[in-house]
Write a protein that binds this ligand. Structure first.
Ligand code: SAH
Length: 363
């Protein structure tokens, strides 16, 4: 048993089962033993690899997107460049380097990083020290300084906790984490039916919802609609919800039981882009997409960017650029181009952001 598993078992023995949402929030964010709190889970040696860790091109293209957005916003100074869940800081470092191409942008930027993990904050500080900007760290999006903002989130929303409701014979019951016969963590159902869910579905159907993710999308949409700006959200997920669950735990690049290795495996759920879109729209913002990550990167100039970098590279370097391009934008098995999707959230007056223009009008 991991230390966190022991702590949860004791807590449940004392107070009864906890919701899946609470379980996931603690598995990732427990102040001492949470997955993101003490360790650095990324990279080939870690549990998973993210797009900005695969190639500098990802962050560079996002930086160009931000620079173009800034001119469309009327070049506000100052402008907040905000990243939600910046991991090791690779995306922001690459984006800031690319942003130099837009005169005046770098000077106008105040970087704000929304990050709960002290270990990752330290890593981000190191990584960004070389870029000559002094970031400010925030616990929550709500704490970011007021004013026009450009917000980036890559693989952030998939780390926000979900709830499951399971259709039992007599109605919908919330999925709980309790104790099994051997006093280990085990899934169960709430003793009471949720009277407010009237949805018809066959027995055994599962409904997965992230009220936390919807809450962040609403906060983001409200802020952008009231104070100006745009956000780019990239994650693995689906456009239209269906019944079913997508909870998964990853450790050393392999799937594990989410109730084992608690605090030592990354627990995520696929992002419901439809739900994020509705929440941000209801809050007053315009939402575009989803489009595939491959489409996003190709429209932002992935191929010319790779060609440019390839000119200064040797043969091995060029081969790795091609491999990175395929991994990021390809749509085959193991490639991220279609599995990962992007939406843009923006002040309604700005119109569709770069890469989200209707087909035929692409810049
Ligand atoms: N964007 C990075 C890292 C993705 S991992 C990349 O693409 O490589 C998820 C990130 O979100 C981590 O930095 C994690 O610490 C952070 N995070 C997870 N839940 C969070 C929360 N509720 N509030 C703020 N940050 C959170």
């Amino acid at each position: 048993m991991t230390p966190l598993e022991r702590e949860l078992v004791a807590m449940i023995a004392q107070n009864g089962p906890i919701s899946l949402e609470t379980f996931m929030a603690l598995a990732l964010g427990h102040p001492r033993h949470g997955y993101y709190m003490a360790r650095e889970p990324f990279g080939a040696a870690g549990d998973f690899v993210t797009a900005p860790e695969i190639s500098q091109m990802f962050g560079e293209l996002v930086g160009l997107w931000a620079a173009e957005m800034w001119t469309r916003m009327g070049r506000p100074d100052p402008v907040r460049l905000v990243e939600l869940g910046p991991g090791r800081g690779a995306l922001m470092a690459d984006a800031l380097r690319a942003a130099r191409a837009m005169p005046g942008f770098r000077e106008a930027i105040g970087v704000e990083l929304v990050e709960t993990s002290p270990a990752l904050r330290a890593r981000q500080r190191e990584r960004l020290a070389a870029s000559g900007v002094e970031p400010v760290w925030r616990d929550r999006l709500e704490d970011v300084a007021a004013g026009p903002a450009i917000v980036i989130a890559n693989e952030f929303f998939d780390a926000l906790p979900v709830r499951h409701y399971v259709r039992a014979a007599d109605g919908w019951r919330e999925r709980m984490v309790g104790l099994g016969g051997d006093d280990a963590l085990a899934f169960g159902l709430a003793p009471y039916v949720e009277p407010k869910i009237g949805l018809a579905a066959p027995e055994g159907a599962i409904m997965e919802v992230s009220l936390v993710a919807q809450g962040v999308a609403a906060t983001l949409g409200r802020r952008l609609a009231e104070q100006g700006g745009a956000a780019l959200i990239v994650d693995y997920g689906y456009a239209h919800g269906a019944f079913g669950e997508t909870l998964q735990a990853l450790r050393a690049h392999a799937y594990v039981d989410p109730l084992k290795s608690v605090g030592e495996a990354d627990v995520t759920a696929h992002v419901d882009f439809g739900a994020l879109t509705r929440a941000a729209r209801e809050a007053g913002a315009a939402v575009y997409g989803p489009i595939g990550q491959g489409e996003l990167l190709l429209r932002l100039g992935l191929v010319p960017r790779a060609e440019r970098l390839g000119r200064d590279a040797d043969e091995a370097g060029r081969a790795s650029l091609v491999a990175a391009m395929n991994r990021l934008a390809g749509t085959g098995a193991g490639e991220m181009g279609a599995l990962f999707k992007a939406i843009a959230v923006a002040h309604p007056a700005l119109g569709p952001p770069p890469a989200f223009e209707p087909a035929g009008e692409t810049a």
